[in-house]
Structure formats: structure tokens, C-alpha cells
Design a protein around this ligand. Structure first.
Ligand code: 6R9
Length: 709
């Protein structure tokens, strides 16, 4: 894939900053927002920015909170007394389920809230009206209540992309039960760790679902999950099993007597039941979303009801430009934060129609997304660079065959290459849609950097300016501010809190402070938010026009297809294999998935390298984490390159896997091993035709500094 970032000459480059993140890139040309979009946009007047300037902070965000219906208005917009555990809309009371369901059911009961597209094209799509959603959410809430679940309890979902998932989320939210949805592609063991971490006693799952033409047995993962949770001391009382085809069991694994129950059976006992939405405090938790960090233990990011709901409603309105009569499709999975914020809570809070698709984007062919868009009249489309790259590769001419019209298109999850951006703009958007490249994180709840689609010019490869009410700053390693607009790179931080921000890491408040605040905090005793910049963990630069370009993670996290995998998680999975002595995971640049994982292992004395060991490592990773983490290659090496203090030098093996220069190895305890590994790995890769294209400067920098403190 051509990469414009390679085509740089010296006078077009920027110098590296003190943060030592070198970046060399060419300024891309601007694209104007389409006039027809601007004419109807929720944000059509640039003066909207004046309502969110710093002198109006934090009250500016009441404009977002006002999009919701509150039982009781807040007394304090932002309470900083327990810094950096910010509290938004303190004293306010509301219910997320009421805001996404009841109030729209009252005004437009017959409008589709969700349209679900099963993967098999032979199965008809299902439109679920707001009235029907209301009925289903209430019935399932009655089921949960009957199990004794109440506000503040946690419940884990391990659900595929079916309407039962948003129904279950909204039912939990109705009661104030904190949900934790684990991506269905994750393994049962991964779900089990999250059940244990969150202290859930109930698991909600499904018998099966379609991916790429196969009806997968998903229930089998529930058994693994319950077992894994039990090993960590967490007992699961009930496993609620939805059936892909009600009345018919699609899994082979037996139901466990006394523990497993079919949800359709339970629902029958609660037909037509209504459960009053609980009046909950704005600062009560709505859900946990687990994400990876630098240690093996995943982080349960806890999001609030009032702040989170306000922020996703506001950003859905202004950045997705959602109007109630739009048909909006976010082709992502609800198992990730994108799906929580921008399939379920944001769009439904605004009372629009949100499309959900069960399967893989290119099934049965690369025209599928565009057929769906044409059939349903989708006018707002949202997906990830990985999906765009894949569809561009397998079906570059498909969009032209279908008659649909998008007004805005979003990308999220990782930087999008200007070349791929242009295909998205010209071929998918037919030159008529604005692209919003949205930079944000699981932790941040909603967008932090993006263009306002009706107002701002687009610039391929940059997410755009800071979102409304967000005040970023780029800091170097010595806490000095990198001059604004200088194009110099450093660590992007957000100076002030915002309502969508997570409240804490579930059960690990000290880790919340140490990971996101300790680095740049000026005074641990301070109650003034000015002393607590939020450290996002991404390298970035700000160009002269105020647009941010995100360069990627500065920690040991590998972003595979837009999803963060912790190296420590991958490595500890490999280390569960008895023969393995040491393991190191590194990223390899991949034209479709952004990054893929390669695993290096060394074996215990006396153990011979074999395909059998390799396979055990692969299975261990798939079992512990899921297929998304499957390494592209597993290299069994005689020894790992190490510092004199015994630390594995991940940057050296990352350079080897990516065919770049290994840099200075003079400080290694065993420099001789580097040549051996290079010869072994690179000749095997050449034989498999896996020599990568030349890397861009930023990619090269990422690889060469991978795993450095
Ligand atoms: C929403 C989501 C967060 C990390 C983030 C950054 C990368 C996300 C991006 C982007 C460049 C964008 N990232 N969006 N990089 N441009 N538009 O993706 O959450 O899974 O937690 O990942 O993804 O590195 O820090 P999450």
C-alpha cells in the first residue's frame, strides 16, 4: 500500500521534540465539508466553539446534559474535591434506560430504534421499534430483578452482535446494575478473568452466532468462563443463555443443571411486565469496559451515568450529526467502547435509528456493507481503518455498484493513512460525505479530537482539532509544554476534565492515578484540576492549523485492528505453556490490520524446539485472550536479547521482525544473539514472502522505541 508519509523531503519535515518522538510528515491538502451537509448540520455555525471556550468551563457541558431527561437536576456541574476522581453533575438523578427508550417510546413509538441485520443474507432484517424495545427491555429487566440483581451489582455479558445485547444493557441500566460486556471474540477464559475482576455472579451469553458463514458454538465459552472465574474465587450462580433461534438450541455444549437457563423460557414468565426505571445518581456507575494496559491485569474502566450519557449524547449530536430521522450505522462491535458509545447509548439517547450487523463486513462478498446501506437508506456510516483497508483491498470498486448516500462517515481506532482516507472519501463517500476521523479511547467515553463535519475542513491523516470543551496540551518528558502549533511531537494530555471521562479503574483506584495522572501531576494534594493533566498515553503533534495528528501508543500496547492488546497479557498467556521459559510480544506493521502480534519465546533447558510447542503457545493465546490476539508468527529463539539487568529488549526483536535497523545494541548483555535471531527470523520470513514494505518514519520510530520505558 502506498504510504504518502514516506514521500518526504527534508524541507517538509519537522524536527523531533524533546519527547524524542521523531516525526516526519508532509502536510496534506484540505477537503471542504459538503455544502448540503452544512446546510442541515446540528453544528453549522463556527460560533458554537465560543460556547465551549475555557472561560465557560465547566458549565459549557450543561448543553450536553440538557439533551437528557433528568428526574432531578444537578446542584454542581463539576466537583473536584476528590481529585483526580472528578464528579460531574453532582446531585442530579436520571436513568440511562429511560433516556434511551421510554422517552422516545412516548414520542415516536413506531420508529425503529434498532435495525438488526443477520449475517446470512437469506434471513430477513429485524426492525425493533421504540415501543418493542421498551417491552423487551422491561421484560429482561424483570428477569434480572427476579434473580435478585439490584443497583450497584455487576453483571457480565459475553454477547455477540445481536439485538439481545443492547436490550440486556438497557435492562441492566434500568435497574442500576453495572454491566460489563466482553467482546464475543474474546475467549471464555478472558471473559472469566473479567467476571472475577468485576465480581459478577451472573453471566449472560448466547448459544451461537454467525461469523463468515459459520454458526459458531458460543455457549462453550461460558463453561470456560465460569471455570476461569472460579479459579479466581468468583462463583457464577447463573448463566443466562439467549438462543439465536428461540426455542431451538444451536450449541453442542450441554446446559448445566441448576446453573444454565434459556432466556426465552425466563422471559415467558415475565411477559408484558413493566419495571420502573431506578432513579439513580449521576455519579453512579453505568458500566465497566475492560481494556489492556501495561500489566497483565485488564483495566475495568468505570463510566458514570450522568457524565457519560451527557457526553455521548452531545458528541453524537454534533460530531456524528445525528438527527432523529437519520439511519445511522456504526459497523463496529458493541463489545468495544465504540459500540457502547456510538451504537447504543449516544444514538439511542438522541432517538435515532441505529443499525447493527451480526457478521463480518465482507461476507458473503465485499459488497455487503454497501448493499445494507442501500437497502436501509443508511445516511451516516461509521467504521474503523482496518475495515476500510480490508474492503478497499478485496472490493475496491464495489461501492460504485450501489445506490446509497452518506452525509457523514466516521473512522475510529487508529490513524488512517491518507491514501486509504482518499479511497474512503472518493469511492465510499462518492465525494459527497464528510469524514470525521475521531480520536479517543475506552477511558475517555467519547471523542476527544475530531472535525465538526458541517464546519471544519478535513485533512487526511489528522483527526482534526480538539472536540468542544476539550483542551489538549502536548507535553515533553520534562513536563514542558511543546509550543502549540509547532508540529513537534510529544505526549498528548488533556488539561481539564470532561464529562465522558471514566471515573476510575474498577477495584484499582491507585492504578487510575498512577497510569493517567501521576506523570504530569503538579501536586498530589491539589484539588484544582489545573494541576492534573490527563495523560492519554498517545504520541501526537499539533500542526499550525490546530489539527492534531496522533502517532500511536507510547506504552507496551499493540493496537491490532484498532484494538488494544497488552504485551504482558500476551506474554503471560505464552508462559502458561510449561516448556516456555521466556516470552516477548512485539508488533509487526500490517497493511490491513495496522499491527499484528509476533511472539518470541525461549524454551526451558533441555526442551527441544518443535511445531508442537509452537502450537501450544498459539492455543494458549487463543484460549486466554481470543483469536484476535493470534500471533502472525511464533519464533522459538535460542535466547532473548537482554540488558545487563536481565530485561528483554523488545525494541531489538521488534526491529528484527520489521526488517529495520536494530539500533544500538552495545549495552546488551548478549549482543551476539541479535545476529542469530535476525538470520533465523528474517530468512524464514523471506521464504514465506513476508518482507514488509519500507516503513514510514513514524512507524520506524514506533518499532525502534517499542517497549522502552
Ligand atoms: C475508541 C478507541 C484507543 C487508542 C488511542 C489511540 C488509538 C483511536 C484513533 C487512534 C489515531 C484515531 N486511536 N482512535 N489513533 N487516530 N482516530 O479506539 O478506543 O480501543 O481504547 O483505543 O486507539 O492510540 O489511545 P481504544
Amino acid at each position: 500500500m502506498a504510504d504518502d508519509l514516506n514521500d518526504v523531503t527534508d524541507d517538509e519535515t519537522n524536527e523531533s521534540s524533546e519527547a524524542q518522538i521523531a516525526v516526519h510528515w508532509r502536510e496534506e491538502d484540505y477537503y471542504e465539508p459538503p455544502a448540503a451537509l452544512t446546510a442541515q448540520a446540528n453544528a453549522s455555525d463556527p460560533a458554537i466553539r465560543e460556547q465551549f471556550t475555557e472561560d465557560k468551563f465547566p458549565d459549557c457541558f450543561t448543553a450536553y446534559a440538557d439533551l437528557l431527561t433528568w428526574y432531578k437536576p444537578w446542584d454542581t456541574v463539576l466537583d473536584t474535591s476528590t481529585a483526580p476522581f472528578w464528579k460531574w453533575f453532582v446531585g442530579g438523578e436520571l436513568n440511562a434506560s429511560y433516556n434511551c427508550v421510554d422517552r422516545h417510546m412516548q414520542t415516536h413509538p413506531n420508529k425503529a430504534a434498532l435495525i438488526w441485520i443477520p449475517e446470512p443474507e437469506t434471513e430477513a432484517h429485524q426492525a425493533i421499534t421504540y415501543r418493542e424495545l421498551y417491552v423487551r427491555v422491561n421484560e429482561f429487566a424483570a428477569v434480572l430483578k427476579d434473580l435478585g440483581l439490584k443497583a450497584g451489582d455487576r453483571i457480565t455479558f459475553h454477547m455477540p452482535m445481536v439485538p439481545e445485547l443492547p436490550v440486556a444493557m438497557l435492562a441492566a441500566a434500568r435497574l442500576g446494575v453495572v454491566h460489563s460486556q466482553v467482546f464475543a471474540g474474546f475467549s471464555g477464559t478472558a471473559a472469566g478473568h473479567r467476571i472475577a475482576d468485576s465480581g459478577s455472579t451472573v453471566l449472560v451469553t448466547m448459544d451461537g452466532y454467525y461469523r463468515s458463514g459459520d454458526l459458531l458454538d458460543h455457549k462453550v465459552k461460558a463453561d470456560e468462563a465460569v471455570e476461569a472465574a472460579a479459579k479466581e474465587g468468583q462463583h457464577v450462580d447463573k448463566v443466562l443463555v439467549f438462543r439465536r433461534y428461540p426455542g431451538q438450541y444451536s450449541a453442542k455444549t450441554p446446559m448445566v443443571e441448576g446453573r444454565d437457563v434459556f432466556v426465552d423460557d425466563l422471559l415467558a414468565a415475565h411477559k408484558g411486565e413493566i419495571v420502573e426505571p431506578a432513579r439513580l445518581s449521576a455519579t453512579d456507575p453505568l458500566f465497566l469496559m475492560y481494556t489492556s494496559g501495561t500489566t497483565g491485569r485488564p483495566k475495568g474502566c468505570q463510566h458514570s451515568i450522568g457524565g457519560y450519557m451527557s457526553y455521548v449524547a452531545g458528541t453524537s449530536k454534533y460530531y456524528q450529526d445525528i438527527h432523529p430521522d437519520d439511519t445511522y450505522w456504526c459497523m463496529a462491535d458493541i463489545g468495544w467502547i465504540t459500540g457502547h458509545s456510538y451504537i447504543v447509548y449516544g444514538p439511542l439517547a438522541l432517538g435515532t435509528t441505529s443499525v447493527m450487523y451480526e457478521g463480518t463486513p465482507n461476507y458473503p462478498d465485499a459488497g455487503r456493507p454497501w448493499r445494507i446501506a442501500q437497502q436501509l437508506g443508511v445516511n451516516i456510516f461509521h467504521t474503523s481503518p482496518t475495515a476500510i483497508r480490508m474492503l478497499r483491498k478485496v472490493g475496491p470498486d464495489e461501492p460504485a455498484k450501489y445506490n446509497y448516500h452518506f452525509k457523514t462517515m466516521t473512522t475510529v481506532g487508529e490513524p488512517i493513512e491518507p491514501e486509504v482516507w482518499r479511497w474512503y472519501y472518493e469511492t465510499v463517500g462518492k465525494g459527497q460525505a464528510a469524514i470525521t476521523d475521531t480520536w479517543w479511547q475506552t477511558e475517555t467515553g467519547g471523542f476527544l479530537g475530531s472535525t465538526l463535519p458541517g464546519i471544519d475542513k478535513m485533512k487526511p491523516g489528522s483527526c482534526g482539532p480538539a472536540a468542544l470543551g476539550i483542551y489538549p496540551v502536548i507535553l515533553d518528558e520534562d513536563s514542558h509544554e511543546v509550543p502549540r502549533g509547532s508540529g513537534k511531537a510529544g505526549n498528548i494530555c488533556i488539561r481539564a476534565p470532561w464529562p465522558g471521562e471514566f471515573q476510575t479503574i474498577w477495584g484499582q483506584p491507585e492504578r487510575f492515578v498512577s497510569t493517567y495522572y501521576a506523570k504530569y501531576n503538579r501536586d498530589p494534594e491539589s484539588k484544582d484540576w489545573h494541576d492534573w493533566p490527563y495523560f492519554a498515553g498517545d504520541g501526537a503533534l499539533e500542526a499550525a492549523d490546530g489539527y492534531f495528528r496522533i502517532l500511536g501508543r507510547v506504552d507496551d500496547v499493540i493496537n491490532v485492528a484498532g484494538h488494544r492488546l497488552g504485551t504482558k497479557e500476551l506474554e503471560s498467556a505464552a508462559l502458561t505453556v510449561n516448556e516456555v521459559a521466556e516470552a516477548a510480544a512485539v508488533p509487526v506493521i500490517d497493511d490491513i490490520r495496522g499491527r499484528v502480534v509476533e511472539m518470541y519465546i525461549s524454551l526451558k533447558p533441555g526442551v527441544e524446539a518443535s511445531a508442537d510447542v509452537e502450537n501450544k503457545v498459539k492455543v494458549a493465546i487463543e484460549t486466554d485472550i481470543g483469536k484476535i490476539a493470534r500471533p502472525k508468527n511464533i519464533w522459538i529463539v535460542p535466547d532473548m536479547p537482554k540488558t545487563r539487568s536481565g530485561k528483554i529488549m523488545r525494541r531489538v526483536i521488534a526491529a528484527t521482525s520489521n526488517f529495520t535497523d536494530t539500533g544500538d545494541i552495545s549495552t546488551l548483555a548478549n549482543p551476539e544473539v541479535v545476529d542469530k535471531i535476525r538470520e533465523q527470523v528474517q530468512s524464514a520470513k523471506r521464504a514465506k514472502g513476508e518482507v514488509p514494505r519500507e516503513l514510514s518514519e513514524t512507524e520506524e520510530h514506533e518499532i525502534k522505541s517499542f517497549g522502552q520505558e
